[in-house]
Ligand binder design. Structure first.
Ligand SMILES: O=P(O)(O)OC[C@@]1(O)O[C@H](CO)[C@@H](O)[C@@H]1O
Length: 391
């Protein structure tokens, strides 16, 4: 296979660019949101103010000498980047490290009263308990009398668009026959179903993204795939600690399962099936430090590589996982997904709404249509999505 020519690493050094806006506006807003969401004492508030100063006017600070994962972060690049501007190192690196520093500021790693407290729990619970979630779960009942194949496709789209926190169970029927799933810029779902056929058995690895209204449809998809034999086992990978505001942890999986079990109708049946699958081992929850690493998946450690190699298909959810899977560079959008994921062990799929600049695997006509209609906005507006699969 010809070597894929490289492309520039995405940086946040250009005011007006999307990455710059995330660091310069979104991160300060997140610090303020967290600071107001909890009755933190003066020490934590001072630490949050110091982080605000660092990430807007200052430089990347090292972790405290007693940080439990200091060695890991030094191996991930902290020795090289400490002392430099947040805006001049790879955007993926500085964005990811911001969340590690935020957890430090709120005392998440302890020791102390805030050890283990998720600073994003209020926003996660608000979303999970929102009335929209009730409506979206009620939509499941209308699915029940549809053919299994149609339910599978609708739940796949529910998981895909859940990444936009818009759970709309998009039935493939209805809509414009010419474009049954508006907003999809690439759709390899036919290959996904070839890799996960009904009664195919095997193991699905699903690398989750956000909690709440993305994790619920992810779990519903897993429930269907297990119930209809598309997979004999499912492994749900979540983050080892709170990350990127809404990324799912084990606590969030439990909250989502409880939300399903206490819902009426088909949602409750899914919840009970998933709870049983988790207790008998058909559904495992796993995590790994690398899911909070500021690095592309091409650099994953061997133990995680071996787990994915053993899966029939690994599905990575969301924008951040996509950026890490294909490497956060400004690739030509028509660069083949298979080329950029040749490093990944075993068949791999990405279900992602486009919320940042990186994209690949699009056909030229699609790029031309999108650019003519929206210049470059289609890359970051969250109104488009893709299903990429490489066998
Ligand atoms: O992985 P998710 O949750 O889909 O999205 C995460 C993310 O898109 O949010 C930020 C701004 O949208 C990006 O920097 C980052 O990639």
């Amino acid at each position: 296979m010809p070597e894929t020519p490289s492309a520039p690493v995405l940086l946040a050094d250009r005011p007006g660019s999307f990455p710059h806006g995330v660091l310069a506006e979104r991160h300060p807003a997140i610090i303020r949101q967290v600071r107001e969401a909890f009755p933190y004492g003066p020490d934590r508030r001072r630490a949050l103010d110091a982080l605000l100063e660092s990430c807007t006017e200052g430089v990347i600070e090292p972790l405290p000498a007693d940080a439990p994962d200091r060695g890991r972060w030094l191996a991930w690049g902290l020795a090289e980047y400490a002392g430099r501007s947040w805006f001049e190192v790879p955007w993926l690196w500085s964005e990811s490290y911001f969340y590690r520093r935020l957890l430090d500021a709120v005392g998440h790693f302890g020791p102390g009263p805030w050890q283990g407290v998720d600073p994003f729990r209020p926003v996660k619970l608000a979303e999970l308990d929102a009335s929209e979630t009730d409506e979206e779960l009620a939509a499941l009942d209308a699915l029940e009398d549809r053919p299994a194949e149609e339910r599978a496709q609708a739940l796949l789209h529910g998981s895909l668009w859940g990444n936009r926190a818009d759970l709309g169970f998009r039935l493939s029927a209805g809509g414009d026959p010419a474009d049954p799933a508006p907003g999809l810029v690439a759709d390899d779902s036919a290959l996904l179903w070839k890799l996960l056929p009904p009664s195919g058995g095997g193991t699905l690895a699903l690398v989750a993204d956000n909690a709440g209204r993305e994790l619920v449809p992810d779990l519903l998809l897993v429930s269907h795939l297990l119930a209809h034999g598309h997979a004999e086992r499912a492994v749900l990978y979540v983050k080892p600690y709170p990350y990127y505001v809404s990324d799912a942890t084990t606590a969030d999986v439990v909250d989502a399962l409880r939300r399903l079990v206490r819902a009426p109708g088909a949602a409750r049946a899914h919840g009970r099936r998933l709870w049983a699958a988790a207790t008998d081992g058909r559904l495992s929850i796993r995590t790994h430090p690398f899911f909070c690493a500021p690095l592309p998946y091409a650099r994953m450690p061997d133990d995680l590589r071996a787990e994915f190699a053993a899966a029939t298909l690994t599905v990575l959810k969301g924008d951040l996982n996509y950026r890490r899977l294909v490497d956060d560079r400004l690739w030509p959008p028509t660069t083949p997904f298979a080329d950029l994921t040749a490093h990944f062990p075993g068949p791999v799929a990405a279900l992602r709404t486009l919320k940042s600049d990186v994209v690949c695997g699009l056909d030229p006509a699609t790029v031309e249509r999108l650019t003519a209609a929206e210049q470059q906005r289609w890359r970051t507006s969250g109104t488009h999505a893709l299903i990429h699969v490489r066998r």
